[in-house]
Write a protein that binds this ligand. Structure first.
Ligand code: MN
Length: 365
């Protein structure tokens, strides 16, 4: 190399080092779209839920299974799409630019079954999930179903799910027989989740029977309002119980824009402080501080660019993830929502891909 060429090279290196930001941003990799609350089911689960629905129980969740089982457009459209993963769904993902779905057994999971049936069904569903993920490791990941009605068996299944099945985390569908997770008998589940570095997706189901009556006249029990009211209450019970002081690394995921809680955090904090004289708690921090450090929310079923912006402002871009809620919500509408997101590239990267990778141990592309 002659002197002129050497000087030119030096000049080029100096110019490059003067503009490090441009250099590192230049080869911008396409952002993967990872959807994190996507339902599936297996034939045995449908059979078990249909058997419960054929009884005379007034559990509102069974209305859903009666609808799903009957000859009507709701069931005829949804059931095949819940039972399918590798045919209809993959083709729809390809058409709509959805790279990955984080799958979970549809609500209420196994939580309405008798304990031994629930444990067996969870094992079976998690095995099926492991098979799907191993056939399509770049397209699907999965959350393990557990049966909170048998805490000890669930802890074992959580260990199996993370260590042997390679699943990404866990899903619990709100209350179990009217009982909530702030009850200390359930806390071994949190100890296990923390030890296994597995987030728990607290997914909705309809309000417990004790809470359901006022919802019935206008059929508000399900996704129109009841799911959100039930699951928001559940998350707040967990916060107020102090369980996050005991398990500070525990990570909970809430769908549907955080089930309304981000909108209420300032009021919850104010009323929490104001009522300490009457309702003393031993919480080390404000309720909102737990929400901002132990919870991540998703966009499932809430395709509003305005709500997304609000949640990003309140919680920060590392606490919001993309989700569809397929097949209850349409993939093309979710894809349109992505196109309409009016947020920066860094925020998009976190919301669509990187937060899910970090929280659910999803491998780089
Ligand atoms: Mn869902």
């Amino acid at each position: 190399m002659d002197r002129r060429a050497f000087n030119k090279l030096l000049g080029g290196l100096a110019a490059a080092s003067a503009a490090p930001a441009r250099l590192s941003a230049a080869p911008s990799r396409r952002i993967r779209r990872i959807a994190t609350e996507e339902a599936f089911t297996i034939p045995g689960h449908v059979t078990a839920m249909r058997a419960l629905a054929a009884g005379d129980s007034r559990e509102p969740d069974l209305d859903f299974w009666r609808g799903l089982s009957g000859r009507n457009s709701f069931g005829e459209k949804l059931l095949p799409r819940l039972l399918d993963v590798e045919q209809i769904r993959l083709a729809e993902m390809d058409r709509n630019g959805i790279d990955m779905q984080l799958l979970s057994l549809t609500s209420p999971g196994v939580q309405m079954l008798a304990p031994s049936d629930a444990v067996a069904m969870a094992t079976q569903a998690n095995d099926v999930l492991r098979d799907i993920v191993s056939r399509h490791p770049t397209r699907f990941a999965g959350l393990a179903t557990i049966a909170p009605q048998d805490v000890a068996a669930s802890v074992k299944e959580m260990e199996r799910a993370r260590h042997s099945l390679g699943l990404s985390g866990f899903i619990i569908n709100s209350h179990t027989n009217g009982e909530y997770l702030d009850d200390q008998k359930f806390w071994p589940l949190f100890e296990a989740a923390e030890a296994l570095d597995g987030a728990i997706y607290l997914h909705p189901r309809a309000p417990s029977p004790a809470m359901a009556e006022p919802y019935r006249p206008h059929r508000l029990e399900a996704a129109i309002w009841g799911y959100q009211a039930e699951t928001g209450l559940h998350a707040l019970r967990m916060i107020m119980s102090g369980l996050f002081d005991r398990f500070p690394k525990l990570q909970i995921v809430l769908g549907h824009g955080g089930e309304g809680l981000p909108y209420w955090l300032t009021r919850i904090d104010r009323r929490h402080v104001a009522r300490q004289a009457m309702v003393p708690t031993r919480l080390a921090r404000l309720p909102s501080e737990y929400f901002k450090s132990n919870f991540t929310i998703t966009t499932s079923g809430l395709f509003s660019p305005e709500v997304l912006k609000y949640c990003l402002t309140v919680l920060g871009p590392e606490r919001v993830m993309f989700a569809i809620d397929y097949p209850y919500e349409e993939m093309d509408e979710a894809a349109r929502f992505i196109e309409e997101m009016d947020i920066g590239e860094r925020e998009q990267r976190l919301v669509l891909e990187e937060n899910a990778m970090r929280l659910f141990h999803i491998a780089p592309a």
